[in-house]
Design a protein around this ligand. Structure first.
Ligand code: ZN
Length: 410
């Protein structure tokens, strides 16, 4: 009697230990209902032999419930790495047979999609990692898969956008994909979304692409820069939209003009005056409200030897006044005053800028009325540059496009 009691309690303890073991394995692997039968370590690989806990299955043919096993097959499945080891699951898979209709079918495994050799969570991990500015090759290596397999995951995502946003931004970037130096990017600057990437910047291609959107006449604002000659095309494609010139883009022209004059002056003046140009690039472009007393003295000295720089700097400061306008009306008055002064400045560099501003004044003034810029697209372009660098170029356009769209989802 005492002996049978001891055996009973031993069984109970063993059962409890076994449950604890399965529980620990489940928590460690984060896979539900698996029974691990063996674990082997080979160099940088962890081989886990396992099978599923037995469950009832519905017959896919007649719907009858069964757990009857016909035979077992071994399948090799790659999983996310454990402690830095590539993990390989050796799954002993059951093939059931329906006692009612005789249909044979594989047991269902939650973590493994049909006909796949990677667990769901590997696919998910790759999907997330593809949002980083990393090369496909490096992501594939991390996940113990080939680059084409990793690429397949991104090829399956549907990036089609059916509608154009009310505020549309357009810009180009140097992508060097499929024999085209420049690619075009369409974005929604209001909701921070990439709408699409176009294979080149040719007008007929942009037109063809935009025409496919049925709601193009609902576009209210188009943000763009002054290069690329898109204005006419944008007016044609979006007849009800106002065009806004990106603020950073037109403001930058002033800095460029000032810098060109600075370089010319430095070249023109003899060696003797060179010391006056020390830090001059930085000082001329620095926000004047942040200039120290020392900075001001240095600039005054510079202006004493270079009259053109003095005039150019005055125009830069005057444009700050334009930028600080509170409304369109005020900006219009200040801008036209600035254009006039720039044209009378006897500075060819600024004369050129004034002509550009005159030509684009309506679109520049629109930027005082609406808060949209191409700042978001600039951000995209920076990430594209990183992606290109880490991938040593992205020659295939479609993959390039998909990567950008995916990265910018974040
Ligand atoms: Zn059946």
């Amino acid at each position: 009697m005492a002996k049978s009691c001891r055996i009973k309690s031993l069984h109970k303890t063993l059962r409890r230990l076994l449950m604890l073991y399965h529980d620990c394995i489940e928590k460690l692997l984060q896979l539900k209902d698996v029974i691990v039968t063996n674990i082997e370590k080979h160099e940088n690989e962890m081989h886990i032999h396992l099978k599923m806990a037995q469950r009832l299955h519905y017959c896919p043919a007649c719907g009858k419930i069964t757990s009857k096993v016909h035979d077992y097959r071994s399948q090799i499945v790659k999983d996310v790495s454990i402690c830095g080891f590539h993990t390989i699951l050796h799954l002993k898979k059951r093939r059931h047979v329906c006692p009612s209709c005789g249909k044979r079918f594989d047991e269902h495994i939650d973590f493994l999609p049909r006909y796949h050799h990677f667990t769901n969570r590997v696919n998910l991990q790759v999907y997330e990692q593809l949002k980083e500015c990393r090369s496909i090759k490096s992501i594939a290596k991390d996940n113990n898969m080939s680059a084409p397999t990793a690429a397949k995951i991104i090829n399956q995502i549907d990036f089609k956008t059916g509608k154009l946003p009310q505020v549309l931004a357009i810009d180009e970037f140097k992508g060097n994909a499929e024999g085209e130096k420049f690619q075009c990017i369409l974005a929604d600057p209001k909701n921070h979304k990439v709408i699409d990437i176009l294979p080149n910047r040719r007008h007929e291609m942009i037109r063809h692409h935009i025409m496919r959107f049925s709601n193009r006449k609902e576009v209210k604002l188009v943000v763009m820069d002054m290069t690329g000659g898109y204005r006419k095309l944008m007016k044609e494609l979006f007849p009800h939209a106002k065009i806004i010139v990106d603020k950073y883009h037109y403001v930058r022209q002033i800095g460029f003009a000032l810098e060109r004059i600075r370089i010319e002056e430095q070249k023109r003046l003899s060696q003797h005056w060179r010391r006056y140009f020390k830090r001059s690039k930085y000082l001329l472009l620095k926000d004047s409200s942040r200039l120290t007393m020392e900075d001001r003295i240095q600039l005054d000295n510079l202006f004493r030897i270079s009259e053109p720089l003095k005039r150019a700097y005055a125009l830069k400061e005057q444009f700050e006044h334009v930028k600080s306008s509170h409304n369109r009306q005020e900006a219009a008055e200040r801008l036209s005053r600035w254009i006039m002064d720039a044209q009378n400045s006897r500075l060819p560099e600024f004369f050129k800028v004034s002509l550009t501003y005159q030509n684009w004044s309506k679109e520049i003034l629109n930027s005082f009325e609406y808060p949209y810029t191409n700042g978001y697209i600039e951000g995209c372009n920076n990430r594209i540059k990183v992606l290109k660098r880490v991938s040593f170029g992205m020659p295939r356009f479609e993959r390039f496009r998909r990567r950008i769209m995916h990265i910018m989802l974040d």
